[in-house]
Design a protein. Structure first.
Length: 266
């Protein structure tokens, strides 16, 4: 029946609308520091099996195939791509990027931990290293304090924070940045503000120093930009729009057939 055509096409339109939302979010964050793009995946729905494969015919012969009609599609998941983003040079001492796996480890005001790839850091009134956000003051973990009057702040590839303190001629270590890794980064919960939180799917965070146990390298004076590829997103946008239009035309065709059937009674 054409009624099923309407419902089946509607599931396709609903799925494609979700994909459009994902693409729109990717494009909206094309310049967001440390942003990781999402990808919508689809799966087919139930099938109406009018005849099972392998049924026997009147002569007791086994048929080669069956008759199954699908009932549409739905969103299976939205996966996050943690592919490395490009680096933008800023030459700012507290702008850091991770080259390779790992996340910067920060603390929320309620004491819970969060994780980010965005390394635009700053120093608060207590000289503590914090996320450079105007929304919430989150401390970098483990805590790093830059003494008053320090100059030539340097962050090594393995996360050591060095500074030349007043009255000294040599750089001295004032802290150690640690990165966090996860068994399944795609299982992290996106919290907004460039932050992630661990879940049962991601596994527990494993902290460690950069360049150890498979963790990436810390780079100073650069920021990791979004890994969204605008050209590819525009291509996906066009194909998704066309697919949505095709499904809408299917709805119109089904509706016209129903009208034709109802007119037969007159």
């Amino acid at each position: 029946m054409s009624v099923q055509t309407l419902y089946t096409a509607a599931t396709g339109m609903e799925s494609l609308q979700t994909k459009l939302d994902v693409i729109a979010n990717n494009l909206a964050n094309v310049n967001t520091t440390g942003f990781k793009k999402g990808r919508a995946n689809f799966e087919d729905l139930f099938y109406r099996h009018d005849k099972q494969p392998g049924a026997t015919d009147a002569a007791s012969n086994v048929t080669a195939t069956g008759t199954s009609v699908g009932l549409g599609s739905r969103v299976q998941s939205v996966q996050t791509s943690f592919k490395q983003g490009a680096f933008a040079t800023t030459n700012a001492a507290l702008d850091l990027a991770i080259e390779g796996p790992g996340f910067f480890w920060v603390q929320n005001p309620d004491g819970t931990n969060a994780y980010t790839r965005a390394g635009n850091f700053s120093v608060n009134a207590n000289n503590a290293l914090v996320v450079g956000s105007a929304q919430t003051g989150r401390l970098v973990q483990p805590s790093v304090t830059i003494p008053n009057g320090s100059t030539d702040i340097t962050v090594s590839a393995d996360g050591k924070v060095l500074a030349r303190q007043p009255g000294q001629t040599q750089l001295s270590q004032v802290g150690q940045l640690q990165l966090a890794s996860f068994v399944n980064p795609e299982g992290l919960l996106k919290m907004g503000e460039n932050l992630y939180m661990e879940t049962d799917a991601s596994g527990t965070a494993t902290p460690g120093n950069a360049q150890q146990n498979g963790l990436g390298t810390v780079r100073q004076g650069v920021l990791e930009m979004s890994n969204v590829e605008p050209v590819q997103e525009l291509i996906d946008l066009i194909t998704t729009q066309r697919s949505f239009e095709l499904n809408s035309q299917t709805v119109q065709a089904g509706d016209q057939i129903l009208q034709l059937i109802s007119n037969l009674r007159r």
